[in-house]
Design a protein around this ligand. Structure first.
Ligand SMILES: [Zn+2]
Ligand SMILES: [Zn+2]
Length: 493
């Protein structure tokens, strides 16, 4: 889920902003966009949004504050955007508000025009606020619509006819807590919006959905809106969450990991409310999935050894560069520890010596070594409360290879990179964690062979058998790809 509009920077969250964010994450919120209100708050807004990878923000001036849009405000937005391109994902919120009329209409309109231009200049989507100003907002937006302008009408509360015009103008429509109110007339509109244009938001701290109506709203409640919209559209909450997440991630160009989460989002989140049980409305703060934070595991995988051979003394005259590929079954064990809930540290060992060969590009059998690797790695797990979680990490490996007719052993050290998916299955006595991982290991430096590295009939062998004085001298650089499947246990003891 993405809460596309949440004023997490305002003072109502000063006391417990971190807890509010933690609750949101544990309820399955993958990202939150914080729109701006006024220039004097930009610095504070950015300091909040820059604190967590779960947060992005908009920059812009709300129609209530149109009088605060000064001659240098556009330049300030450009400058701050330039310094915070990874955090600032939208221009907003901007628009018109004739209900409160805090600023004269003409001033609101002028500032809206200017900010739409700015959005096109910066190639950012806009977040549009509209209250009792349907006609003017749409006509101004259309004036600027050159097929490049994109964005969302947030907190949509107008008629189905108006929604159609907004869609025609190329915009997304986002719904908030008022869809859950008894008197809501938005159902008709919610039904016909195409699935690729609909989004959800809380507009926290305002607009809390039922059953929290009248209280402070917070991003973890965005699921109530997803639930209500799913009900109106006669689809599942999972489908609604997937569609709205995908739409928000692509409109606001949110970090591609989020898009990855969508693939795993249909798995139940631990903190998600069970809507079947009407009384259960409290969102609990979750415990870490791994009870004792320490686990042990066994792995099975395949060690694909990619060797780059360089012959130094022209023993192979026809080709002095080869690539050798060999695949060997690997087995091992590891121990894991969580210092904080989103980082796993791992120490592991694997060995591979059972041989099965692939090929070389020089018509020779591959060089096959036996390997023993000792790995120290970390994994970042951005969404650790899911049933299935993505991770990526790095580390260092000590690789010891035994090779050649003389069984020489060389140990090299090098970085590793790893990505994968892990699940967690609860049992009364602990958690079982199956994991599928792709790991690449880059032992640094070349090994130098001065005897036949293949150890069987080959043209290298020929080379020094015919002329005993001349031995093949070659350097070999190696990359190890070790995809593995691991089963680990995090016991309760
Ligand atoms: Zn608004
Ligand atoms: Zn707002």
């Amino acid at each position: 889920m993405i809460d596309t509009h949440c004023h997490l920077d305002v003072e109502q969250f000063n006391e417990d902003r971190d807890e509010v964010l933690a609750r949101a994450i544990s309820s399955g919120v993958e990202h939150i966009i914080i729109p701006a209100i006024r220039p004097s708050d930009f610095q504070h807004l950015l300091s909040v949004a820059n604190k967590s990878p779960y947060l992005s923000c908009g920059l812009g001036v709300h129609p209530h504050n149109a009088s605060e849009f000064e001659s240098d405000t556009a330049d300030m937005i450009k400058l701050l955007y330039g310094e915070n391109t990874s955090t600032v994902k939208a221009l907003g919120e901007i628009g018109l508000d004739y209900y409160y009329d805090f600023a004269p209409k003409s001033q609101q309109q002028a500032v809206f025009h200017r900010q739409l231009e700015l959005a096109k200049e910066l190639n950012l989507p806009v977040i549009i606020h509209n209250r009792d100003s349907d006609e003017d907002v749409l006509s101004i937006v259309k004036e600027h619509q050159d097929e490049k302008l994109r964005g969302v009408f947030h907190c949509f509360s107008s008629s189905p006819e108006y929604a159609e015009k907004v869609l025609d103008a190329g915009f997304h429509i986002s719904f908030t807590g008022n869809v859950t109110y008894k008197k809501s007339t938005l159902a008709e509109c919610i039904q016909f919006i195409p699935e690729e244009r609909i989004m959800i938001e809380t507009d926290s701290p305002y607009m809390a959905p039922v059953p929290y109506r009248g209280k402070r709203n917070e991003p973890s409640y965005v699921q109530y809106i997803a639930h209500k919209i799913a009900e109106i559209r006669s689809t599942t909450v999972e489908t609604m969450i997937q569609q709205t997440t995908k739409n928000a991630a692509s409109l606001f160009a949110i970090f591609s990991l989020v898009l990855f989460f969508i693939a795993t989002d249909s798995f139940s989140q631990r903190g998600r409310i069970d809507f079947e049980d009407e009384k259960e409305t409290d969102i609990e703060i979750l415990e870490h999935p791994y009870p004792k934070l320490i686990g042990i595991g066994a792995l099975i995988g395949s060690n694909t050894i990619v060797d780059n051979l360089t012959f130094l003394n022209g023993c192979r005259k026809d080709r002095d560069q080869w690539v050798s590929l060999a695949a060997i079954a690997a087995f091992g064990a590891q121990i894991m520890y969580y210092p904080v809930e989103w980082i796993q540290l791992e120490a592991g060992f694997n060995t591979s010596s059972h041989q099965s060969s692939l090929f070389t590009n020089a018509g020779e059998p591959p060089i096959i070594d036996s390997y023993r690797n000792i790995d120290f790695a970390f994994k970042l797990i951005p969404n650790q409360y899911g049933r299935i979680n993505f991770f990526a990490g790095s580390g260092v490996s000590f690789s010891s290879a035994t090779y050649g007719a003389n069984n020489e052993t060389v140990t090299r050290i090098g970085p590793i990179l790893n990505v994968g998916l892990m699940g967690n299955i609860d049992f009364s006595w602990g958690v079982i964690v199956p994991s599928a991982e792709f790991r690449v290991n880059f032992p640094t430096g070349a090994r130098r062979f001065t005897s036949n590295p293949i150890g069987r009939e080959s043209s290298i062998y020929e080379c020094y058998r015919n002329e005993p004085e001349q031995r093949a001298i070659l350097d070999v650089n190696t990359i190890l790809a070790i995809p593995r499947f691991t089963i680990s246990i995090f016991p309760k003891f």
